[in-house]
Design a protein around this ligand. Structure first.
Ligand SMILES: NC(=O)c1ccc[n+]([C@@H]2O[C@H](COP(=O)([O-])OP(=O)(O)OC[C@H]3O[C@@H](n4cnc5c(N)ncnc54)[C@H](OP(=O)(O)O)[C@@H]3O)[C@@H](O)[C@H]2O)c1
Length: 267
């Protein structure tokens, strides 16, 4: 029987690229995201190419919707072999520029969304004594990024969750891995939110990000999909994608120097 992968945030960007890659490799794919039209389009594409796909519109920040997603996936395919936690949002701004509502919004998707899916899938993994969980974090979960306090906090939480869960679940036959992208040339600007001291500053932040996305050093969604596939196939603990690996490794080796350099960029 073919393996089944459940991917959150599968309607576009890295999640969509991951869904298409796993389908090409023979996996049955369960796709989750909020907007059903885009999700259905990805499922149709996979089916037209001869694959099997199930689209389940889901807000990962709502635990009851996540429970229903996993229930429907198990009723349809009988088992889940791989969970890819990828649904995430970007919110840029300093601590002082962000509100409690901003923090709740980003933590609810980027962190609690991951916790809810793992809680929903884990009983079946434990029962079978096998399964793989891949959490998509960020280089901002391995090093500080200026004016991205809430985002980095959410992604550092994902790093802590992933590394600790790996220790706990390894003896039970379950592998937990992480993929940490740098900047990806996806459509994330569509829903990214920019905070600043005023509207003009926020718009300038958006423009800087739009300009950065035109550079040739950014990753493509397919690069992230390939890293996720490698974590599953080779049971790797972690992959930092592209040039971001240079930055995170520099921070690991020389945290003080990198903090100083980042401080110069902010001031
Ligand atoms: N883009 C970057 O530069 C970058 C850098 C480092 C790390 N990452 C991480 O990589 C992952 C993918 O990023 P991407 O750039 O491919 O994103 P993207 O193109 O913006 O796609 C995000 C996906 O997540 C879904 N999503 C958002 N909120 C959701 C929610 N509450 N419930 C369910 N689905 C939700 C979106 O669909 P709906 O809106 O329809 O729900 C969409 O399918 C994220 O975890 C992100 O933090 C991205």
């Amino acid at each position: 029987m073919a393996n089944t992968v459940l991917i959150t945030g599968a309607s576009q960007g890295s999640g969509r690229a991951t869904a298409l890659l796993f389908a090409r490799q023979g996996y049955r794919v369960v796709l989750a995201a909020r907007q059903s039209d885009r999700l259905t389009a990805v499922a149709n594409l996979i089916q037209n190419q001869g694959g099997q796909a199930l689209a389940v519109p889901t807000d990962v920040g709502q635990s009851d919707q996540v429970q229903a997603l996993v229930k429907q996936a198990l009723e349809t395919y009988g088992q889940i072999d791989v969970l890819v936690n990828n649904a995430g949002i970007c919110l840029t701004g300093s601590f002082e520029q962000t509100t409690p509502a901003d923090w709740q919004q980003i933590m609810n998707t980027n962190f609690w969304g991951y916790v809810y899916t793992i809680q929903a899938v884990l009983p079946q993994f434990l029962q079978r004594g096998r399964g793989t969980i891949v959490n998509v974090g960020s280089f901002g979960g391995k090093m500080p990024l200026p004016n991205m306090t809430a985002y980095c906090a959410s992604k550092y939480a994902v790093t802590g969750l992933t590394d600790t869960l790996r220790l706990e679940l390894k003896p039970k036959g379950i592998h937990v891995g992480a993929v940490h992208p740098g900047v990806i040339n996806s459509d994330f600007l569509e829903r990214a939110q920019f905070r600043g001291d005023d509207e003009q500053a926020a718009m300038a932040g958006r423009q800087r990000m739009a300009d950065a996305l035109k550079s040739n050093w950014v990753s493509q969604p397919e690069d992230i999909a390939h890293a996720i596939w490698t974590v599953v196939e080779q049971q790797r603990s972690e992959i930092v994608v592209g040039l971001a690996a240079l930055a995170t490794e520099s921070y690991r080796l020389l945290p003080g120097v990198v903090q100083w350099l980042l401080g110069q960029a902010v001031n």
